[in-house]
Design a protein around this ligand. Sequence first.
Ligand code: ZN
Length: 874
Amino acid sequence: MRTETPQPIRLSDYRPPAFLVDEVHLDFQLEPNATRVRSRLTLRRNGEHAEPLRLDGVRLKPVSVAIDGRPLAEDAYAITPEDLTIASVPDAFVLETEVEIDPEGNKALEGLYMSGGRFCSQCEAEGFRKITWFPDRPDVLARYTVRIEADQAAFPRLLSNGNLTQSGALAGGRHFAIWTDPFPKPCYLFALVAGELDELADSFVTMSGRQVELRIYVDPGMAQRALYAMDSLKRSMKWDEETFGREYDLDLFMIVAVRDFNFGAMENKGLNVFNSSLLLADPETATDFDYERIEGVVAHEYFHNWTGNRITCRDWFQLCLKEGLTVFRDQSFSGDMRGAVVQRIKDVKALRARQFPEDAGPLAHQVRPSSYLKIDNFYTATIYEKGAEVIRMLKTILGAEMFRKGMDLYFERWDGHATTVEAFIQCFADVSGKDLSAFFAWYEQAGTPKLEVDAAYDAEAKALELTLSQATAPTPGQPDKQPLPLPVALGLLDLDGEVLSFRQEGTLAPATEAVVVLDQARQTLRFEGVASEPAVSVLRGFSAPVRVVSAAPAKHRYVQLAADPDLFNRWEAGQDLARDLILARAAGEPDEVGEERFAEAMGRALNDQAAEPAFKALLLSLPSESDLAVISAPADPAAIREARESLRARLAIHLGDQLRRLHGGLQEAGEFSASAEAAGRRALRNAALELLAADPRAINVDRAVGHFQAAGNMTDAMGGLAALMLMGGEPFEQALTAFYERWKAEPLVIDKWFAVQARSPSEDALGRVLGLTTHPDFDAKNPNRFRALVGTFAAGNPARFHDPSGDGYRFLADQILAVDGFNPMTAARLVEPLGGWRRYRPELGALMRAQLERIVATEGLSKNVFELASRALE
Ligand code: ZN
């Protein structure tokens, strides 16, 4: 057991920094096991006070400390494993320190570490303190000059932020480079990369006519695989100019791909570092999903240059200020690139799969939290995805034009500063003249609101009364919830699917669509001039991140599935119908007639010539098992899987010929295209195959084998392999072997090979996963590989993870504890699947809880894992 409970850090305790840093000069003597870091900081006291100078620094080996050129006596300062304190310092001074660090031994992948023989840094959130002593907080902005020196043969490229101002050869086979970044930045945006890398070069002319050099650095031989990322980068730069008026500010923009990385990618100023899985792509090794993610993440990191770097966060509680906003920006970009509706559906699916479970469990937290132990634990779906939803609602409420004005004011007012969510919202209040104080509650209240919709139609008066009510269940630390201002976009259809116009009470002109903002617990709206009984299409485009509960009869949903002009709600109607049928079956009350009717309606929707293939592919994918688990209380993952699979089987049988025709007809000939249209056709073809896999007769098995064998790109190869995985047996084993043999030299592809096995529905899935942990290619020190196997099993295979024996839970706890020994950030990210224990059948919940207790009781546990596991138990 831990002897002392770590103390949380609170937003209410925020104090401005005691000292500011104007200039930072760093000098790196790079050696894998013993890198020397010399630092020269120009510091000044911030305000009138006599506090000592306290700098963060974690397990640094001190070499020397000097002030204004004079070495300090040993008793003039104190060093602990976490900081350096100098009791008495002048008001303005230069502090010089030298430390030694061990990048090779750093398996936490935070600070300066080695990946694939190269030096690489990761400083967000608090990694800079593992490199040198510094006030490691985002509100200390300084100008950096960085000198890097290393062996020239082993580390031919030396990169850091800003512009290269000098470089050259030195004696003894060494060389150096000096980088200067003219923009003051917080230390979490510092980056250094050194090693052998190939370069892909391009350039971009900005809207004011400046030429920016673009460079992507990758493993030797891989430059061609960065072409798509480069293209995405140029489109992002253009889009940000056109959409937000934001121009890039340095003369050089660099991206580096690394294989060992805890997260997706990092927006270091002028030197983004990417997990190679989110950068490298060619048709043979990457799926369309990978392409999509690369485009989105390249944009995300680039957009951070304004929302994150030029304007940064005052403290880490404000994380959503940069992340929620930047996710909103990258989602908008992807929507413009690939089609708004399809993008919206995918974003909502991701929100439901990751954020809704978080919000429904013990780890639920505010979009802007008010306390934490380890900020690393708050890089969550709530901060990112729900944070983006909050921005989207702001735009819906204010309108596009006013939203843009508010953004312009934000950029103008806060450029070069570290600021807060309040200051951001204030910009929109100022431009619109609106009081947005009630809106702010979206940042402060955790939990997913439930929106109840009740419609009463009066045929005689031709009037519709719509009662909307909202409620949010208690979350940890927040027992009482307030109503939130909730934008509800809506429209009406008659029962033949024709659009109905209406007049909202108090307005004169008839309309076909309206946005009402529900800001009470309950509100009744009256619509007049409604010609006939309507199906009410509410929450169009998913206008608020809520769970809709509606008493509307199934026939209304069928009308929507066939004809809702809001394509999001057309898709949603299919999801709702499927959800009700699956949950009825899981509860032991299958609605066979309803299932047949649903299959017929899906058949018609698939035949709709006007609908895009990408949209139809989404129609075919039923609500996920994890999403269904969140809404069924208590959840029984095995019953959910069985019910979901039997609905899929019914669809596969009922629509078999149609699906096989679709699958055959969409076969691609000619050259591969990564375009959204081509990807949409592949998605539909693979979705048809995936559905057919629910009916594992020879005719479908053979089709999947043929699909796999004929695949000319990774999307189809994985589509075939996944379908075979669902059907299991010899054909799957053979395909797995063939796949491994073909791709064993490609780590990113082998990650997929591990992941697909972790999702196997077969009884021995855990046995297989356990076996794979001893496979020579398994490496828990590589986060991609670890997550591909262990993360996919825990989060992507609920029925097997929640095995009644509890073996799945024990396996996960073992893995968390093993990885926590060297990489707490990655270990902590796997606690969540155990976190929802209260929502499961009590027998399961008790077993989950037992593993959490075992984790918390472990000696030497990291703060990261301790915080999540102990919160999960509360
Ligand atoms: Zn981000």
